[in-house]
Design a protein around this ligand. Structure first.
Ligand code: AKG
Ligand code: FE2
Length: 146
């Protein structure tokens, strides 16, 4: 679990709250206050995720995208700042254990080929960190070339 605090920023065009990324884990539960800031990327456009009182945002992480063989997608998201009020969020990250063997679920692969190679979770996390820093999609190296 993590708490994020985004103070007001005099010039939001100069500072982002959290840069573009997708979550590495299975599922993220996010509690937002009534302050906007979270945005999700869809069709190359950023959309605000409007805060809903007493509701969690549920984010699909890379592991769920792989286990579902691409039936679910881990969306890129980011946080923008504002110059008026601070914003506090609480995130609960559901992770597999570090030595967990991950691959597309056989029941979901069925007649289709698996889209992703099998791996150990901690190995994916190492490459996720370097790939995200280099702005490369961490999923690419685990995709089978079609
Ligand atoms: O604070 C937010 O609204 C999003 C946080 C987030 O995306 C993360 O911690 O991975
Ligand atoms: Fe995130």
């Amino acid at each position: 679990m993590a708490t994020n605090f985004y103070p007001p920023c005099p010039d939001p065009s100069l500072t982002s709250g959290l840069p573009k990324h997708s979550d590495v884990n299975l599922i993220t539960l996010l509690l937002q206050e009534q302050v906007r800031g979270l945005q999700v990327l869809k069709d190359e456009q950023w959309f605000a995720v409007e805060p809903v009182p007493n509701a969690f945002v549920v984010n699909v992480g890379h592991m769920l995208q792989i286990i579902s063989n691409g039936k679910l997608s881990s969306a890129d998201h980011r946080v923008v700042t504002n110059n008026k009020v601070s914003r506090t969020t609480v995130t609960s990250f559901i992770h597999p254990s570090s030595t967990c063997h991950i691959e597309p679920a056989k029941a979901l692969v069925m007649d289709f080929n698996p889209l992703f190679k099998a791996f150990i979770y901690k190995d994916f996390v190492s490459t996720y960190i370097t790939d995200t820093q280099e702005r490369v999609s961490p999923l690419e190296r685990y995709k089978f070339q079609i």
